[in-house]
Design a protein around this ligand. Structure first.
Ligand SMILES: [Fe+2]
Ligand SMILES: [Fe+2]
Length: 171
């Protein structure tokens, strides 16, 4: 694999682990605000992010490249509202999308067709991840100051189930 592409993929492992940490921190804050369902939702997202990181890890191993794990940045721990949590989660996913696109650009530049196809999964996953956060924002906004409606939405978020991700090469 070309050096610059490897560097970017290696960095993505760290970014996905940071995503996991960020959502775990959000889950913790939400729990203490009484949003048990939203906290559960974020805890499920945390597990997904770990798998996203592992996807890159396994791919690089499979093609015989060396992985260098870096320190994971400390996530913040306070938010002002549940709406702010989801807005920040959306912003974060938009950043992840840009990062994935940059890696795709690099793979194209390198003529690395295998990497490009591997990354396809992540490109489509980002559509889902941004949509999820948009849905969460809408759910909270619709409830406005209606406590009962917000509680109902929180209960709904609590029904999220963790499903194994269909990441290429990740057994
Ligand atoms: Fe991710
Ligand atoms: Fe996902």
């Amino acid at each position: 694999m070309k050096k610059e592409l490897l560097k970017k993929m290696n960095k993505q492992i760290n970014l996905e682990y940071f995503s996991a940490f960020l959502y775990l921190a959000m889950a913790e804050w939400l729990l203490h605000q009484g949003y048990v369902g939203a906290s559960h939702w974020m805890a499920v997202q945390y597990r997904e992010e770990v798998l996203h990181a592992e996807g890159f890890y396994r791919y690089l191993q499979r093609i015989g490249e060396k992985i260098e794990l870096e320190a994971i940045e400390k996530p913040k721990k306070e938010w002002n509202s549940i709406l702010e949590v989801f807005e920040e989660a959306l912003e974060h996913e938009q950043l992840i999308t840009r990062s994935i696109y940059e890696i795709v650009d690099e793979a194209k530049k390198a003529g690395d067709y295998a990497a490009e196809r591997f990354l396809d999964w992540y490109v489509m996953e980002q559509v889902e991840e941004e949509q999820n956060q948009n849905d969460n924002i809408l759910g909270v906004q619709r409830a406005k100051d209606d406590v009962a409606a917000l509680l109902a939405f929180d209960t709904y978020l609590g029904t999220r189930e963790f499903g194994e991700e269909d990441i290429p090469y990740l057994e």
